[in-house]
Ligand binder design. Structure first.
Ligand code: NAP
Length: 506
């Protein structure tokens, strides 16, 4: 059990057992998951919450990223809140600004803006045994019974450690910090990185009158999922009959579950089908030498697969050159590769991914015993009960934490299950079932042990480097179907938690 805690704060007139308590809740981040949390809290009749957002608008990753070609490679009618279909999607794979507009509209429709304080970033928070005490960058302080981190995990750009990077004399920026002031027309552009981001940038920039050198360290598998624009008549039809969007959602949900989810977690026909599609796609590269250099030496999906009909077409455009010699150093005029060649460049784009194991950090959390989250994760790396709760850190929830069903699929789908789980916990608090709740170490270890056991058949352990891999050498990913993750979260198992409850005066 936790140390005895002081009584919780009740709103005037409330008493545990006779009325629902009204906890205060702080949410960090107004991206897809933070907005969803606000919607669910309001639906539950809870208005005493604040969303702190470091930027000046909602949207999270869809606000931060502005690179050319930005799109979501999960079909738009599936990358949607299940309760909020969007007849306005203009493409099968929604473009970044479309998604950003969707999230803005959702914030307005659900009247969330009055709960959001923009331009405020959490610096640290400590649990005083009863409430989370939060300090923000401006010096503002706040406190609440519950703290929910909805900050995502793809928001700390990772710059490559390449000698001489800072010496580059041209324009240089990370894909997530796109410099709109740089005109790419007529420029010699170099891009390091061929992940999902690099592939989308390649497809877009290769159509411009410029020269693009793609520096590839590891080849990627590309699944040929064709994009298409939805004509006006189709969009009008979906507006008239919203059931069509819901139907599309269900079809994609079945498709992703039947094909990609199963292919990722165990060998079998689904994996062979995805592999066959990737091999077929690769054969669309006509030049055998270029095809050889684009051929990965690991199984499809071990790294997050690229979904693109256009990528290989782009790589064969006359504006694009693939460079596979390792990068030795960067000099003021460009990139020097290990074959001794200097590649002169005007612009250097770093599509080198994110620090994916930070989660809520660098904001530091400290529990009532004085232990920080960084210290709690020091030995084993990030780990959490059901991806969202951490032993010793009561009344704190992480959305999209370690062991979430990442990879290829809709993040929104499982985030809805996470948020419903959190709101169920808060409902129990309101009924006076507990004052503080944190998962037990035993339940968390059992959960993590189950993950390890299930990891064996997954594609992520078949031999490749991917950003899912954690400190223990195993991927920090849910190793079963996302549906099973959602089923696990259907209701909180209170026996897996340490609950503290202040005895009420007779
Ligand atoms: P990423 O998948 O981590 O890819 C980073 C790329 O940079 C890799 O090709 C990596 O090569 C390369 N790289 C890193 N350091 C390097 C170095 N020192 N020298 C040479 N190459 C280096 O990053 P990302 O493409 O930004 O994607 C990150 C995640 O964002 C995705 O997995 C996905 O979850 C999300 N995303 C989603 C979408 C979408 O449409 N839904 C679109 C974009 C991004 P290695 O492979 O050799 O490490």
């Amino acid at each position: 059990m936790n140390a005895p805690v002081p009584a919780p704060s009740f709103a005037p007139g409330e008493h545990c057992g006779s009325a629902l308590r009204t906890p205060r809740i702080i949410i960090l981040g107004a991206g897809m998951s933070g907005l969803l949390t606000g919607i669910r809290l309001r639906r539950a009749g809870i208005e005493n919450f604040t969303i702190y957002e470091k930027a000046t608008e909602v949207g999270g990753t869809w606000r931060e990223n502005r690179y050319p070609g930005l799109a979501c490679d999960v079909p738009a009618h599936y990358y949607t809140y299940s309760f909020e279909p969007n007849p306005d999607w203009q493409h099968r794979f929604a473009r970044g600004p479309e998604i950003q507009n969707y999230l803005r509209r959702v914030a307005d429709k659900y009247d969330l803006r009055r709960h959001i304080i923009f331009g405020e970033e959490g610096v640290d928070a400590h649990f005083d045994g009863r409430r989370w005490q939060l300090r923000l960058r401006s010096g503002r302080e706040d406190s609440a019974e519950f703290l929910i981190a909805a900050c995502g995990f793809l928001h700390h750009p990772r710059e490559p450690e390449i000698p001489g990077l800072d010496s580059f004399a041209g324009a240089r920026f990370h894909s997530a910090r796109w410099d709109d002031s740089v005109d790419l027309h007529g420029k010699r552009i170099g891009m390091i990185g061929t992940g999902s981001t690099g592939a989308q940038i390649t497809c877009s920039v290769s159509r411009l009158p410029c020269q693009l050198k793609v520096f590839q360290r590891t080849a990627q598998w590309v699944f040929p999922l064709p994009d298409r624009e939805y004509p006006l008549v189709e969009r009008e039809l979906v507006t008239e009959f919203p059931g069509l969007a819901r139907f599309a959602y269900r079809v994609y949900d079945e498709l992703f579950d039947a094909l990609f989810s199963r292919a990722m977690i165990r060998p079998g026909i689904q994996r062979r089908l995805v592999e066959a599609a990737c091999h077929w796609n690769l054969r669309r590269v006509r030049d055998p030498e270029l095809r050889r250099r684009l051929t990965p030496d690991y199984q499809p999906m071990c790294k997050r697969i690229i979904m693109s009909w256009e990528y290989y077409e782009a790589m064969q455009r006359s504006t694009v050159e693939l460079v596979t010699d390792g990068i030795e150093r960067i000099v003021p005029e460009g990139v020097v590769t290990q074959d001794g060649r200097t590649h002169p460049l005007d612009v250097l784009i770093l599509a080198t991914g994110f620090k994916t194991h930070e989660y809520v950090r660098p904001m530091e959390l400290t529990n009532a015993q004085g232990q920080t989250l960084s210290a709690a994760w020091e030995a084993r790396g990030p780990h959490a009960y059901c991806s969202l709760a951490i032993p010793g850190f009561p009344n704190f929830f992480l959305l999209g934490g370690p062991h979430s069903p990442l990879a290829n699929g809709s993040v929104i789908l499982y985030t809805e299950a996470l948020v419903d789980y959190v709101t169920q916990c808060i409902a129990l608090y309101r009924r006076g079932e507990f004052d503080t709740l944190a998962p037990t170490r035993a339940a968390t270890d059992a959960f993590c042990e189950g993950l390890r056991r299930n990891m064996a058949g997954t594609v992520w352990v078949t031999g490749c480097q991917n950003w899912y891999i954690g400190k223990d050498g195993l991927p920090e990913v849910w190793p079963r179907r996302p549906r099973e993750f959602n089923a696990l979260l259907a209701r909180p198992r209170l026996e897996d938690f340490e609950l503290s409850r202040t005895p009420q005066a007779a």
